[in-house]
Design a protein around this ligand. Structure first.
Ligand code: TZP
Ligand code: MG
Length: 214
């Protein structure tokens, strides 16, 4: 059993670290505040950093998340994930195929896959190797550079009704629209800028968890 998948099933906030959006604060500082607020799933997503710097940072983040029994996922970098003993890897449709990611990671790590429509969700389920899917972008966002058009609630509704996999809603989710996303059936919601860009990260995260009913 991929033990830390339990944190997905429990619901809550899936926070993504991104230093360029963190208003001068380090990923380590941000992660400390997130864990203090009660976040139990954290993804490391850095697009420009060198591998060596990523590994060093991820080793610290792994220690911190491990002590909090929080799930630690690395975006894209299977090698870094293995070396820092992360709980899993998140990939997109144009990254390494999930079957190959599973080959590299072995049976005990979590694999997440971004999906943008019903066909991709069905393929993720049929692959037999994906543990959860990302569903989005629900709303428009500029945080991700090569992002596709928003999928809106239509695709979220499809997943809620038809897809037998844990999922996280993502893309442009903020305090003001979070309750709608939650009411539509998303138990796990992923946010970047609303959290890491907040002036008071601890207070903002606590508010967001409260809005979600956690
Ligand atoms: N994948 C789909 S949208 C997105 C990613 C990584 C970025 C979401 O960022 P934000 O700031 O929560 O809109
Ligand atoms: Mg990717």
């Amino acid at each position: 059993m991929r033990e830390r998948l339990k944190n997905f099933l429990a619901g809550g906030i899936y926070a993504i670290l991104s230093e360029e959006h963190s208003a001068g604060r380090s990923n380590i500082e941000v992660a400390g505040l997130l864990l203090q607020a009660g976040v139990r799933v954290i993804q490391y997503r850095e697009k420009e950093k060198k591998a060596r710097a990523m590994l060093e940072e991820c080793r610290t983040l792994r220690d911190m998340t491990g002590r909090a029994n929080a799930t630690f996922i690395i975006n894209d970098h299977v090698d870094v994930a293995l070396l820092c003993h992360a709980d899993g890897v998140h990939v997109g449709q144009e990254d390494l195929p999930v079957a190959n990611v599973r080959e590299l990671l072995g049976p005990d790590k979590i694999i997440g896959l971004s999906t943008h429509g019903p066909d991709q969700a069905r393929a993720a389920r049929a692959s037999g190797v994906v543990d959860y899917i990302g569903v989005g972008p629900i709303f428009s966002t500029t945080t991700k550079k090569d992002v596709c058009d928003p999928v809106g609630f239509e695709y979220l509704d499809y997943v809620v009704k038809n897809v037998d996999l844990p999922f996280v809603a993502i893309g442009g989710i903020k305090e003001h629209n979070l309750a709608h996303v939650r009411e539509r059936g998303a138990r796990m919601v992923c946010m970047v800028t609303e959290i890491v860009g907040a002036e008071d990260i601890l207070a903002k995260t606590q508010t967001l968890l409260h809005v979600m009913g956690y």
